[in-house]
Design a protein around this ligand. Structure first.
Ligand code: C2E
Ligand code: MG
Ligand code: MG
Ligand code: MG
Length: 295
């Protein structure tokens, strides 16, 4: 009977596994083709400061990868996201994204539009021996850019893959002048314990907690906990996936420093960004309720 069960299980799961393997292969092929055909492109999503001296202002953007497919139009990351960590693709994609995003920020600087530029880098690339060379090469190629304008986003789960190497590379990257953000923060189970070992400048609170924080007491508790901890540690905090006015007001009163989400703006092509920033009018925001260190 056990053997029979095993067979049934296999029969049940094999098509699913084959479909998954096929989907992964398709993502690899698509991203590889996009690289070689120069179909890659970056969209930029504004980041709004909601606490501190710059509250109300758009202080930066996150660069998000898109494929401009000749037949299928603009493809968002979900159609190739699984390929971004492939050993043979992480580095070439990362190098392209770094060069493109820094070139864009440098161009905007020259137009008088100074924005922080947040760039997503696969942990596969970030933790590799090539990373610092690639970073320094890109910085050297863009003298019209302050390295501190650039913030490298690495996922919390990626950093936890090899904590010691991650901590060292974060420190070395910081010495090169850029800043580090821990992306999708809060998803890792060991979050609080390990944060003190990772020299991050910023945490980006994962949108899965932010989206429902108004209705779900558990998500709300997690967001409050992460914000209090990060604030006491002096970290910049970006809440991701802010879709409504209510969430933004609440986050401001909780001391969160920045928000990003469809409620402010969707990611947009580079050409659209300066006009969008020019029409932005600062919202009125509540003062944060302060929590203090015991003395
Ligand atoms: P991420 O870095 O956490 O980026 C945020 C994602 O949330 C983006 O999806 C963005 O479009 C989406 N988003 C922003 N605001 C909202 C909102 O209010 N509601 C909802 N539902 N979604 C929102 P996108 O562009 O599809 O990217 C997905 C993921 O793909 C990124 O998550 C990142 O992990 C990865 N990715 C994107 N670009 C790159 C890249 O250049 N390199 C690497 N390695 N990964 C990238
Ligand atoms: Mg990101
Ligand atoms: Mg994220
Ligand atoms: Mg994400």
């Amino acid at each position: 009977a056990a053997k029979q069960d095993g067979k049934n299980l296999l029969r049940r799961y094999q098509p699913e596994m084959e479909a998954q393997a096929q989907a992964l292969q398709n993502a690899y092929d698509l991203l590889e083709q996009a690289l070689s055909q120069q179909w890659l492109s970056l969209h930029y999503q504004p980041i709004l400061c909601i606490n501190g001296a710059e509250a109300g202002r758009i202080t930066g953007v996150e660069a998000l990868l898109r494929i401009r497919h000749p037949e299928q139009g603009v493809l968002a990351a979900q159609s190739f996201i699984s390929a971004l960590d492939a050993p043979h693709l992480a580095r070439p994609v990362g190098r392209w994204v770094l060069q493109q995003a820094m070139g864009q920020a440098q161009y905007w600087n020259a137009q008088g539009l100074n924005l922080g530029m947040m760039v997503n880098i696969s942990a596969v690339h970030f933790l590799s021996p090539d990373w610092l060379d690639d970073l320094n090469e890109a910085l050297t190629a863009h003298p019209g850019l302050q390295p501190a304008q650039v913030k490298i986003e690495i996922t919390e789960s990626g950093a936890l893959r090899d904590l010691d190497v991650a901590a060292r590379v974060m420190m070395q990257s910081t010495h090169a002048g850029v800043r580090i953000a821990l992306d999708d923060f809060g998803q890792g189970e060991t979050t609080l314990r390990y944060l003190q070992r990772l020299p991050a400048h910023t945490i980006k609170i994962d949108q899965s907690f932010v989206r429902d924080m108004i209705d779900d007491p558990h998500d709300y508790a997690i967001v409050v906990g992460l914000l209090d901890m990060a604030t006491l540690l002096g970290l910049v905090t970006v809440a991701e996936g802010v879709e409504g006015e209510g969430a933004m007001q609440l986050l401001a009163s909780l001391g969160c420093t920045h928000v990003q989400g469809y409620g402010i703006a969707r990611p947009m092509p580079a050409e659209a960004l300066p006009g969008w920033v020019a029409q932005w009018s600062p919202p009125s925001l509540p003062k944060p309720v302060m929590r203090v260190m015991p003395n």
